[in-house]
Design a protein around this ligand. Structure first.
Ligand SMILES: Cc1cn([C@H]2C[C@H](O)[C@@H](COP(=O)(O)OP(=O)(O)OP(=O)(O)O)O2)c(=O)[nH]c1=O
Length: 200
């Protein structure tokens, strides 16, 4: 499967995981992290909050690259009504993991596609259930430092995945980018097409 596009794409992210996932489309793209304050105004649902922050990440990049299609994303973990962002300290990482232990939480990634005549956003949700964790397990994981740059204080793709009992939905969405839904959306927008291959 080979995809082609007439557009230039910019991923508005400093996350190496998003870059890796986006590169699965095998089209050329640039990366330009948007340095914004990750706050959403007003009382929003977690889905709208993730979309709002994802959109904000695209704005400065669209302004300086008016012909490009800019993609921003934001991942939020929430447990019932509480949003668990990136932990501010190892103590907070432990606190988050104690809360997640033995329970089901939502991981929402908002994606915003802006510029070159496109403007569309969506939020994808995955449900993740953790095993009951012991304090010893949590301390040992937090000590690795892996929690610190990740929403909810764990990485499903790293040792944090050892805590996961059930996942319902898109795994890549938990890692930070629902690439299959993004692929389907870009096809629908007709900004990506399949290269016609001559049959032999
Ligand atoms: C739950 C979970 C989150 N994460 C990551 C995804 C996101 O990179 C991060 C949440 O922070 P985000 O603010 O969504 O993203 P970021 O700051 O890493 O990158 P940028 O804003 O430049 O795009 O947590 C994992 O890697 N694995 C997981 O299992």
């Amino acid at each position: 499967m080979k995809l082609t596009t007439d557009y230039s794409f910019i991923l508005a992210s400093e996350s190496p995981r998003r870059k890796e996932l986006f590169s699965r489309l095998a089209i050329p793209f640039d990366v330009q992290p948007a340095k914004i304050e990750e706050v959403a105004e007003g009382k929003l649902t977690p889905e709208d909050m993730a979309i709002s922050i994802a959109y904000k990440k695209t704005v400065p990049i669209v302004e300086s690259n008016p012909n490009a299609i800019v993609i921003g994303a934001d991942t939020i973990v929430y447990l019932e009504e509480e949003v668990l962002g990136k932990p501010a300290s190892k103590e907070q990482a432990k606190e988050y993991l104690l809360k997640l232990s033995g329970r089901t939480h939502h991981v929402v990634t908002g994606v915003s596609i802006q510029g070159a005549g496109t403007s569309i956003s969506f939020a994808e949700t995955t449900l993740v259930t953790f095993y009951e964790l012991t304090e010893e397990q949590i301390d040992a994981y937090v000590a690795t430092g892996d929690s610190m740059d990740k929403a909810g204080a764990y990485g499903i793709q790293t040792m944090g995945g050892l805590f996961v009992q059930i996942i319902e939905g898109d795994y890549n969405n938990v890692v930070g980018l629902p690439i299959s839904r993004l692929f389907q959306t870009l096809l629908t927008l007709e900004v990506l097409t399949f290269e016609k291959e001559l049959s032999k």
